[in-house]
Structure formats: C-alpha cells, structure tokens
Write a protein that binds this ligand. Sequence first.
Ligand SMILES: [Zn+2]
Length: 207
Amino acid sequence: MVQDGARLPLEQLATASPETLGLLMLKTDRYAIRLDGRTQLAAVSDALLDGAATARSLQQRFPGSGPREIARELQVPVVAADDDPLVASIWRFAEYRSRPPHIVLYTRGIAPLEQVLVDDLAKRFLGRATTRDVFIAHELYHHAEAIRSAVPIARRYCATLLKLGKWQWRTGIATLAEIAAGSFSQTLLDLPCYPKVLEHVTRLPRR
Ligand SMILES: [Zn+2]
C-alpha cells in the first residue's frame, strides 16, 4: 500500500518539506535508486517546480476555478467508481485515463480519508480544499502532462539499467510524475501540507 515514510511519525511527516517527502517517494522507486544522491535531489526539485508551474499556468487560464471546474473546462469528465480500491497491493484513490481523457475517483479508496479528515484535522491537512479536490487536482496534472509537448518529467531523468559496449538500456523515473502531481495539487489548492501526507493520516486514531 503506502510504504514511503510509513515508518515516520505522522507529526514528522506533517511538517516535512515537499523536498523531503519527494525524496522519500523517490527512494521507493526501483529505478531512481540507481541515480546518485545529487541527481536525485535535482530530479525532485525539478518535479516540484514543474508541478507548481503547471498549476500556476492553469490558475492564470481559469482564474478562481477549482479542480472540478478546470476539469470541466478541459473536457475531462470526473467519474466515481465503486470498485475495490486494493489492486495487487496498491491502494487506489484516483486514476487518470487518457483514452478518452477522464479521471476516475475510487470512492471506497477515498472513504477512509474522508472519515478521518473532518473539522480541525481537515483544516490542518486540507485548508479549504476537500479530499476529493486533492485527488482530482493530482490527476489533472497527469492530464496536463499528457497533452503538452514538453518531455514528460518522468523521462527527464533516466537510470541506466544495462551497458553493453556503446549500447545503454535506460529507463525513465515514473515516481517523478507523482512528485510533480503532488506539487501541482498543493499549489492549485493552496494546501497546508504536501498531499502525500494525506495517505498516512488514517494512522490517526478515529474520532
Ligand atoms: Zn499520479
């Protein structure tokens, strides 16, 4: 399910910087760990900047609009699915599908967070946003990335898997797109915490 940062106390996660949390995410990527420490830092920083810049450009294009309105303007329907959120040890909250473009919210995946994130905790972790806003915004980044011409953030840094003479087999770092999507969501919604933290709040005692 969620491993990155899972062993850290929630208080420590809640106050951690996006850079720290991004690096924790990167450390769970089987290819990213082949990058040296300096390149990992640069990759996280680039991903965070890209997410924030993409959010700001959509804010300029659709002033005052929330993620649902932006999705509507971009003709990306948001649909709710009641499917089992757990697939092959991955807990699904939401997903972007490109053909045709739409965002799927896994209502049973999000429900445990919605039950915990109320009142003061909602204010602390979400500010004025809702849990669903966070996930719609995250998937909007994947849409924005899919339709633009720039090299995807996941392919801007590559790890070498195999070298044979002149030949190299290299792969991109998929986690960088997830780090950027978190930064996009945080910027678009002015969230008090980097949203990766939300995946850990269900460790809090239920009220
Ligand atoms: Zn994602």
